[in-house]
Design a protein around this ligand. Structure first.
Ligand SMILES: Cc1cc2nc3c(=O)[nH]c(=O)nc-3n(C[C@H](O)[C@H](O)[C@H](O)COP(=O)(O)OP(=O)(O)OC[C@H]3O[C@@H](n4cnc5c(N)ncnc54)[C@H](O)[C@@H]3O)c2cc1C
Length: 423
């Protein structure tokens, strides 16, 4: 007897960032008729382009953690702190901060870590498959990642992180400066030690986005660019259509993957979806004088360093703010000042003439993404809120959403990602 295929549905995915593209890709590969809608152009800027491209099974601790609260409070007195709360008297902002404080407990982190591990490992396997399919379009540097610590205190904290990873079956090794130098012979490092996560990998996000868009077009997915969805139109307990200025786009299933703007769409079906923009910056040196072999995180400075082709991208800072992509030169200057403290061969002159980029990470208060169905409408799924891990988790998100559309049990537990948890 042949296996029964799930019935083909018309799936409308709203949002052409990495999360929406992954959902559209897996749904189309599952035999559905897919339409992807984005208010921007195919090459329009979005958070999924200028990020650090890290695929991080090592990231087991969500943004909402006791350590982030400490850093956030310290940032009130320091506008260039890598994690910064930009306080304002806005009820939504204050509610998010309260929900963040409630979630940032060690007991919750202990629950979150295994769920994030499973999702990240599924994402990692997704990238392996995509890289096999498109070796040029989805480059996958499987060289691990080093967390570089300048101070003994930071190294001790990272050692705790390594122990947590090991307890959860994610390989991690603590390195002294000589062992770290042996892995990175082409660049000097001024560090007290490092933690290496061999399963971590890096990709080139802007290339992955372009490749997925081309793959969707080839697979016959309907692509609606420059088309803003202003609301979801209900028909009873279901949504019948996505409303746009160019008319309605009907479907059987609707996936909200609008990044930082997802809350606005969710509101049209009465789903409260708290999100705060976590603004981050990056800049890329096309021809750096020296380059590490693998990706790295400059721990105390919270800067990710990713070799991309012949270039080197530096990405970092998390400013919890509104929908504001303006660039604060003080924060860029603080990033540039920190880099030579870890890589002494770099100096300010290396960064003259860089073009900084800013992106808004969609951050839920508890640091866990929103993935799955909502009780607010029978045929709406959420695929957003990935904070600083959207690239890493996108293939897993696409798989989970596609499983749910087909009525299959997802291969990873998704209870903690429930979109209704603030409802
Ligand atoms: C500096 C920085 C470094 C980062 N580094 C990493 C990293 O190394 N690894 C990692 O995993 N993650 C990283 N991230 C996080 C990652 O970039 C994000 O989590 C991810 O890009 C979010 O993707 P998205 O698809 O949800 O959102 P977006 O990329 O913002 O896409 C959302 C899309 O939805 C569209 N849209 C929204 N509303 C509507 C509407 N109503 N109608 C039509 N279209 C709509 C928008 O036009 C947009 O194209 C980093 C982020 C930053 C800022």
């Amino acid at each position: 007897m042949s296996a029964r295929l799930p019935p083909s549905r018309r799936v409308v995915v709203i949002g052409g960032g990495i999360a929406g593209l992954a959902c559209a890709w897996y749904a189309s590969q599952d035999g559905h008729r897919v339409a992807l809608v984005d208010r921007g152009a195919p090459d329009g800027d979005r958070c999924s382009l200028g990020n650090a491209g890290m695929i991080v099974p090592s990231h087991l601790v969500p943004l909402a953690s006791p350590g982030s609260v400490r850093l956030g409070l310290l940032s009130l007195a320091n506008p260039t702190s890598p994690l910064r709360l930009a306080p304002r008297l806005d009820p939504q902002y204050l509610r998010w901060c309260w929900q963040f404080l409630c979630a940032a407990r060690s007991s919750r982190v202990a629950l979150a870590a295994p769920a994030l591990r499973d999702l990240a490992l599924l994402g990692r396997r997704g990238y392996e498959a995509l890289a096999l399919l498109w070796p040029q379009g989805v480059p996958l540097a499987e060289r691990g990642m080093l967390i570089l610590c300048r101070g003994a205190h930071a190294l001790r904290e990272e050692q705790e992180g390594a122990k947590l990873a090991q307890r959860l079956g994610v390989p991690a090794e603590v390195l002294d400066p000589d062992a770290a130098a042996a892995l990175e012979p082409d660049i000097d490092m001024a560090i007290a030690g490092a933690v290496r996560y061999p399963l971590d990998a890096q990709t080139v996000p802007q290339r992955v986005v372009a490749t997925l868009i081309a793959g969707l077009a080839e697979s016959g997915v309907e692509l609606h660019w420059r088309t803003e969805v202003t609301a979801l139109r209900r028909a009873g307990s279901r949504v019948a259509a996505a409303v746009t200025a160019a008319g309605e786009i009907g479907g059987d299933e609707f996936v909200i993957a609008g990044g930082m703007w997802s809350s606005e769409l969710a509101r049209t079906i009465d789903l409260p979806l708290p999100l705060m923009a976590g603004k981050g910056y990056s800049f890329t040196l096309d021809q750096p004088r020296v380059r590490p072999h693998a990706g790295a995180i400059l721990n105390e400075a919270r800067i990710a360093v990713t070799p991309m082709g012949s270039g080197l991208r530096f990405a970092g800072t998390m400013e919890l703010c509104g929908l504001d992509r303006s660039i604060d030169p003080r924060r860029i200057a603080a990033m540039i000042e920190s880099i030579p403290r870890y890589y002494p061969q770099f100096g300010p002159a290396d960064f003259a003439g860089i073009t900084p980029w800013a992106g808004l990470r969609p951050c839920p208060p508890d640091g866990m993404p929103y993935i799955g169905r909502t009780r607010r409408a029978d045929n709406v799924l959420l695929a957003t809120g990935h904070s600083m891990m959207g690239v890493s988790l996108a293939p897993a998100t696409g798989r989970v959403v596609t499983d749910l559309i087909a009525g299959r049990e997802p291969t990873v537990p998704i209870g903690l990602f429930a979109p209704d948890r603030y409802g």
